[in-house]
Ligand binder design. Structure first.
Ligand code: ADP
Ligand code: MG
Length: 339
């Protein structure tokens, strides 16, 4: 028997005057896991999170947390903490007061409060800033105060909605690792909203990819990367995205199919020895590798990786090849066919 999930959404839907938010959202989230809700802007990530939090009530379906039906429960009765993109700090309170606010309300003893404060500020890199007011902090520092506050709240379930989007790239990477480590160390369950596939893939145990209010695929980062259920997943996950070819481009695949191939599975070969003859459109130096963009009729997103700094002139013609076992085959509706 599999243990019952810590968080369960069952056929959840939310609409506003007929306008779709989300529909048919069913999801089992085990305790202690890190789940990312991923997808483009407007796909329903925040709506799903707000339904979980109790900030919206569903039109259909059920929500269970820790075995309890909370579908219509108030947010305050759901025993969870939340971190939003907008930090929602008290402007007249110091960093320390903001972080400890919830603990004070819950009458946690002072010694414990200060210990938790210290640990949270250490984790978020805010030591030394205890007495500053939010107005005296950068956007990134304010966001870290909001994270610290969620950390000390000590709830078993923490919901985060794009918490890193106001941080610069370097800090984002550092805080990303901190959040992940913290989630593991504390054994808490995190549901994390992001539109950034790198963030979802690097942090989450389970990625839930959404589009137009519907779930497209649920799986490990590896599942979504290696076995995308449809062409939307194939193109959304991975950098560069999977290239898609009309099946007529390659012999032996018949009509009306789409063939997917990833850049790392493509090799450049001498002229006349390739399966496709392509024109170089651009070269992008990434550091360890150079990404060469390629043009071919019936293909989108075609590219190949070369080691190190290895630019190729625009308009240069090259032959490429790949093995059939690295190809992904999708039907006319974009659904995965191959094993
Ligand atoms: P995401 O967080 O993935 O960017 P949202 O969950 O915020 O997307 O929005 C999903 C859809 O629901 C969008 O089409 C959005 O316009 C709509 N929506 C969200 N909140 C409301 C609201 N309060 N009233 C009407 N429509 C809304
Ligand atoms: Mg959102």
């Amino acid at each position: 028997m599999t243990p019952s999930p810590f968080v369960k959404l069952d056929g959840v839907a939310k609409r506003w005057n007929g306008q779709l938010g989300v529909e048919g959202i069913s999801l089992d989230i085990p305790e202690g896991s890190f789940t990312a809700l991923l997808g483009p802007s407007g796909c329903g990530k925040s709506t799903t999170l707000r339904l979980l939090a109790g900030l919206e009530l569903p039109d259909e379906g059920k929500i269970l947390i820790d075995g309890k039906d909370v579908t219509t429960s108030a947010a305050s009765d759901r025993n969870l903490s939340m971190v939003f993109q907008s930090y929602a700090l008290f402007p007249h309170l110091s960093v320390a007061e903001n972080v400890m606010f919830g603990l004070k309300v819950r009458r946690v003893p002072k010694k414990e409060r200060l210990e938790k404060l210290h640990r949270a500020l250490e984790i978020t890199g805010l030591l030394g800033l205890e007495s500053r007011k939010p107005g005296e902090l950068s956007g990134g520092q304010r966001q870290r105060v909001a994270l610290a506050r969620a950390i000390v709240a000590g709830q078993r379930l923490c919901l985060m909605d794009e918490p890193l989007s106001n941080l610069d790239a370097k800090l984002r990477n550092a805080v990303r690792r901190d959040i992940k480590k913290l989630q593991r160390d504390l054994g808490i369950t995190v549901v994390y909203v992001t539109h950034d596939q790198t963030e979802a893939m690097s942090m989450a145990d389970t990625v839930v990819l959404m589009k137009n209010g519907h779930i497209q695929q649920v799986g490990t980062p590896e599942d979504l990367y290696s076995r995308p259920d449809n062409t939307f997943v194939a193109e959304f996950v991975g950098a560069p995205p999977m290239a898609l070819l009309e099946s007529s481009v390659l012999a032996g695949f018949g009509e009306d199919k789409t063939i997917g191939i990833r850049a790392e599975n493509i090799q450049i070969v001498p002229k006349g020895e390739g399966r496709m003859h392509c024109t170089v459109t651009e070269s992008e130096f990434l550091g360890a590798e150079t990404l060469i963009g390629l043009d071919h009729a019936g293909a989108t997103g075609l590219s190949v990786l070369r080691p190190g700094l290895s630019m190729m002139a625009e308009g240069h013609e090259i032959d490429i090849t790949f093995h059939d076992e690295n190809l992904h085959v999708f039907d006319a509706a974009g659904q995965r066919l191959s094993g």
